[in-house]
Design a protein around this ligand. Structure first.
Ligand SMILES: [Zn+2]
Length: 436
């Protein structure tokens, strides 16, 4: 400390030592004496003034440049900001456009799915209607039973050699159909393959649904074909040519048959060519099933007596019951049951004739359409009139002993296109018309 203050005081005493300034005017010498303190004060004032001048000059010189720099910075910022804003606007527009495309794709896809669903639902509904009819028919026939009232048994099904192809496991069929659906969906809208997560997810879901719908169609088809094959066997067991009973030309789906792109009224594209192919085949199978069901309803597959009865005489050559020494053709079958037991129609139809006929006594004829006619003879009473509509098991009269008869019984005939057939075969076939 002492050394330092010593240095300062040495510096001061060196630069600011006491000075006398001599001044001579008019031969007179004056002098001004300046102390160290005075010199320091003077130096301080001069130094401060110099600093101020320096600061002011620098400020004036560089102010312009500072302003220019600031303006340049703010211009850069503004440009950057505008660019960002523009980018954001463009991104917004892109998103908007993408949303628009996604929305349109979504709407179209939903319309397609819903059109296919609509078609499927119609098919399922048609099939269910046919099946309900078949069930009702089957339970009616089951109630009447066989020629002597035998009830059908599940083991009685005559599913002889149904040549259904080995069923492929569902999963592998589904994945095969999924692949087809995917390829076709890709071919279908190749022009608008904009990739976005939302679109991809939607396309995937749509493709999966498309495949499921095709699988459902295939299931509808195969089930309808199985049922048709079963009914075909039932019908052929009656001995009647099935081709004469079922008109296969009742294909209602010309649009499918052609395979062309079917456009539904709502404007949606119903599906891929493969889907249409499946739909066409399923529709065809349902048409055929329906034709078989319609044929089946007109075929007398039941017994004219639903009450307890005895099958007494068969179809063909037999001894004439009234002249035992003679043989005669018996064109029907006979059942014995208590007098006045109800006689019922063996299928739906229209009463063709009702009245007394020589040899037959009181007889009713029912026309079932499709070439089928049934006859009910030797009755004690007729309960229908000509032209009257009857359903399966509707009462047409009461059992009796009228006409050429040896005791209370019913004589029952089945005619197909004017030719007598064995009614027993029909009644037996009727026992197999039921679903598993
Ligand atoms: Zn008879």
């Amino acid at each position: 400390m002492g050394r330092r203050s010593g240095k300062v005081s040495r510096f001061i005493s060196r630069f600011f030592k006491e000075r006398q300034i001599y001044h001579r005017s008019d031969g007179v010498v004056h002098f001004i004496s300046m102390s160290t303190k005075t010199q320091i004060a003077l130096a301080t004032v001069v130094g401060a003034a110099l600093l101020w001048v320096a600061y002011a000059s620098v400020n004036v010189v560089f102010k312009e440049q500072i302003i220019v720099a600031k303006e340049r910075d703010s211009r850069i910022m503004e440009t950057t900001y505008n660019k960002r804003l523009h980018d954001a606007q463009r991104a917004y527009d892109d998103v908007n456009a993408m949303n628009h495309i996604i929305q349109r794709n979504f709407d179209e896809t939903m319309a397609d799915i819903s059109a296919r669903h609509h078609l499927l639902r119609n098919m399922v509904e048609r099939k269910v209607t046919i099946e309900q009819g078949l069930d009702a028919l089957a339970s009616g026939l089951a109630q009447a039973g066989g020629p002597s009232g035998e009830k059908p048994k599940n083991s009685n099904r005559i599913m002889i050699d149904v040549k259904t192809s080995e069923p492929t496991p569902r999963q592998s069929r589904l994945s095969a159909l999924r692949k087809e659906a995917f390829l076709e969906a890709r071919d279908g809208d190749g022009d608008e393959m904009i990739s976005s997560e939302a679109l991809d997810a939607m396309r995937q879901a749509s493709t999966d649904l498309h495949a499921e719908q095709m699988l459902l169609l295939a299931a509808i088809e195969s089930n309808a074909v199985d049922k048709k094959v079963h009914l075909e066997q039932v019908l052929s067991s009656t001995g009647v040519d099935v081709g004469l009973l079922v008109t296969p030309a009742k294909i209602s789906n010309v649009a499918f048959a052609q395979g062309g792109p079917f456009i539904d009224p709502a404007g949606a594209n119903i599906g891929s060519p493969r889907f249409l192919q499946h739909a066409g085949r399923a529709a065809e199978a349902i048409d055929e099933l329906e034709a078989f069901y319609a044929a089946l309803k007109s075929i007398p597959l039941s017994s004219p007596l639903t009450v307890s009865r005895r099958y007494t005489s068969g179809f063909g050559i037999r001894r004439d019951p009234l002249s035992p020494d003679r043989y005669a053709s018996h064109y029907g079958i006979d059942f014995a049951a208590p007098y006045a037991s109800p006689i019922t129609a063996t299928a739906e139809g229209v009463v063709k004739s009702a009245g007394r006929r020589s040899g037959w006594g009181l007889m009713v004829e029912v026309d079932h359409g499709n070439g089928f006619i049934t006859r009910y003879a030797h009755m004690s009473k007729i309960t229908v009139r000509r032209g009257q509509k009857v359903g399966l098991h509707d009462k047409v009269g009461e059992l009796g002993n009228s006409g050429r008869s040896t005791g209370p019984h019913i004589h029952y005939e089945v005619l197909f296109r004017g030719k007598h057939l064995n009614p027993k075969r029909f009644i037996e076939a009727g026992r197999y018309v039921f679903e598993s």
